[in-house]
Each structure stands twice: as C-alpha cells, then as structure tokens.
Design a protein around this ligand. Sequence first.
Ligand code: P53
Length: 476
Amino acid sequence: MSGFKDGFLWGGAVAAHQLEGGWKEGGKGISVADVMTAGAHGVPRKITDGVLPGKNYPNHDAIDFYHRYKEDIQLFAEMGFKCFRTSIAWTRIFPLGDELEPNEAGLQFYDDLFDECLKHGIEPVITLSHFEMPYHLVTEYGGWRNRKLIDFFVRFAKVVFTRYQHKVKYWMTFNEINNQANFHEDFAPFTNSGLKYEPGEDREPVMFQAAHYELVASALAVRAAREINPDLLVGCMIAMCPIYPLSCAPNDVMMAMNAMHRRYWFTDVHVRGTYPKHLLNYFERRDFKLDITGEDLVALEQGCVDYIGFSYYMSFATKATDDNPQLDYDESKSLVSNPYVQKSDWGWQIDPVGLRYSLNWFWDHYQLPLFIVENGFGAIDVQGSDGVVDDQYRIDYMSAHIREMKKAVVEDGVDLMGYTPWGCIDLVSAGTGEMKKRYGLIYVDKDNEGKGTLNRSRKKSFAWYKDVIASNGEKL
Ligand code: P53
C-alpha cells in the first residue's frame, strides 16, 4: 500500500459545549460545562455551585455555532472534509437528564445540523458524552457515583441512535473516559463523570466506581445500537498520552508499564469486555469494595466496541522513586519532564513519533480499527495586517504528526479509519476555558474577555489542510 486507503475519513473535530453557545436555547438544560469559569495555564477553572451572577462562563456563548453552523460547515466543505466529529449536547435532548421523554427542539437542531453536513457530503461522527452531562444529574444523584445514571444514559443513547440511524453511522460513547485516571485534580472527575468530592474523601475508589458504571452504560449502548440498526458502528474514545520510562533502568521501565496499566485499563474493558487481572488484584490490595454485579459483567462482555477512537496530543514520561516501592502510578505526582521533546506554551510535550508509537501500541494490543479523532496544536495566534493568521507552527505540528501516522499505516500495517484534527475552528479550550488557546484552521474573532465580532476567517493552515485532503495525505 502506498498511502491512506480510499475513503479515509479526513475531517475535523469539536464538542458541542465548546462551540455551540446557545446555552439556554431550544429548551437546553444546564450542563457541567455551564458551571465552569475561565482559567488559564496554571490557573484551574472554577466549578461553581450552579450558575452564579457576575462570573465568566465561556461555554455559555462559545463561538455561537448554534446559529452559525451553516456558514461553518460551508467552510469545512471548502477544505474537503469527508467527516465532521461533534457531540450531541445531552442537555438539548434531556435538559435535566432524568426525564422520560426527550425535548423535540433539541432533536430537531441535530437533525438540521446533520442534514447540513450530509448536503455537503460530510459524514457526522458523533460522541454521546463529551464533558457536558446534565448538571441536574450532579446535584440530584451525585453524578456517575450513582448506578441510576446507567439508565439515564442508555435512554439518551437509544433515543439518538433511533432518531439519527440513517444520518449517523459512526458513534463514540464517552469522550476520553480515561482522563479521570487523574482523580486528584477536580477537572477530570467533574467533566468525565460529574463527580464532586467531599473534603478528605478517598477519591480513587469513587473514580473506579463511576468509571465502572460508565463502562456498563457504554456496553449497553453498544448492544442497543446493534439492535436498532446493525449498520451503526460504536467506538470508545481514549485520551492517549503514552507514558515512557525516563531511562532504561528496569524499575523505570516497570513503572512506565504500571502507569500504562492504570491509564489504559479502560480500553481493555471497552474492547475485551473484561477487567484485566492486574486491576482486580489492585482493587483487592487496596481493599476497594466496588459495586460490580454479575449482570454488569455479562453486559460488558456483550457490548464490546467496534473501533477505538482516540485523541493524541502529547506523550508523558515517568520514573521509579524510592518512596514508591510498589511502583504505583499517581498522575498528579508520577510524571516527569522529558528532556528529548519540546513543549507548547501550555506545557504540552510535542512528540510526533509518539503518535506512531501509540497507533502501534493500540494495534498490537487490540487489533481493532483505529480512528484518530483528536490531534492538534493549541497556540496563541496573531492576525497579520492582512487579517490572515500565519500559523506555520500549526502546519509543522500537523504535518509531522501525519507523516508518523502514515508510517504506522504504510510500514507498520496499522488499520486506520481516519484523522479529525481537534478544534478545526477556534473554540473554547476544555482545560482552561480560554479562547486564546487556539487549535483552528479557521480563526474566530473572539477573545478571552468574550469580545469580538465572531467573524470567521481562513488561517494559512486552511489551504494547507485542503491540499492534504485533496492529495489523500501525499502533499504535506
Ligand atoms: P484543551 C487533557 C489531556 C488531553 C486531552 O484540550 C484533553 C485534556 C483536557 O484538557 O482534552 C481533549 O482544550 C478534549 C477536548 C479538548 C482537547 O483535548 O484543554 O477531548 O475537549 O478541548 C484539547 O487544550
């Protein structure tokens, strides 16, 4: 094979809460993203008790895709997108999350959005839960620490599978479900699972419990999709940051292996439908008493995913330390700086080879089709006097990653379905809530304070990516 297969899914990726805005329109309910203020590099976003007056909640208006999606999809079509990854805001369909009947205005919005994509020959790729679950499920049920969430999620999934089965073929259940391996910080538990911890609470077992319920919900959704329409393909979505040993000292290598176990067991359950033994042994050693029923285990086995979607931005590195004889991984403490790679302005390690490594790692472990559903470079962009952003650094980042992705396909034989770079249009950063951390090939005139015309314009990378797609990855 000389390159990417015919029908390779070139496109772009976003998430509803980061671009739609219209946070109260069409009957939409409040999501977890609606109660998060803006932060910055090193300044965490605040999670407030509901929506408080006088605070800056950047996701409320975002880039107003809710009203401007036709213009934006037109620009995606101009670049030649074959697919467009976004999410369905759960709160547009079930504003509180626990209703029995869906909200028709929300369903209609996505019908219109998907029709608009299909009109341009762009296939929608849809995430069901992307950091935007109903906030009511947090306040009333404690988020995913509550088993009842399984039913609410599966109801939501069945409604949208049924409604859009002839418009959407590719689905994913939980975005970056494994981010919550970083449970010591507040961000991932809240955005993944609607978890708010009590002061002094033992956080780790709560995270494992929430993740278990999500994995069961995901498996039940996969099964439901097959029953509704066997043509649907449902994948998982994993945040892949491969963890390298800092040195070849055997304990560093073992530490890296344990770290990989602790960050990627989620994939084992999604793909194989069973828990890895190392994790069950860990639960026993730590005396975690989790609610995992026999029925759950059957559900997991019957709901294995069809493909692995993953994000790739960076690699991590770790090393063994004397105060950690069991070589346990704690994401808030165990990571060290890798001296061989550069970092972005937000401290993210830039490592294109790590993408080839990740593709091979997934392929060797699981032999399932892979889909790179996020990759990109968050940077400060400045418009030139002609209004155009000269983002050569973004072109350099993306072309280096696509080159490595090609080696994985052509030389290593990995089965890759597509590539959808993150934030193909500038949007609100998930991690910091900033506008100024931009990923787009399309510039949006809006700043961190919320000022700007919201006008869209093509960056230098726009024409570059158009050529990449037109040449099926040959012109880089
Ligand atoms: P932002 C951490 C590590 C890797 C990916 O992130 C991550 C995160 C969370 O910040 O999130 C994914 O906007 C996520 C997107 C997000 C994108 O990466 O923090 O799926 O929602 O916007 C980039 O720069």
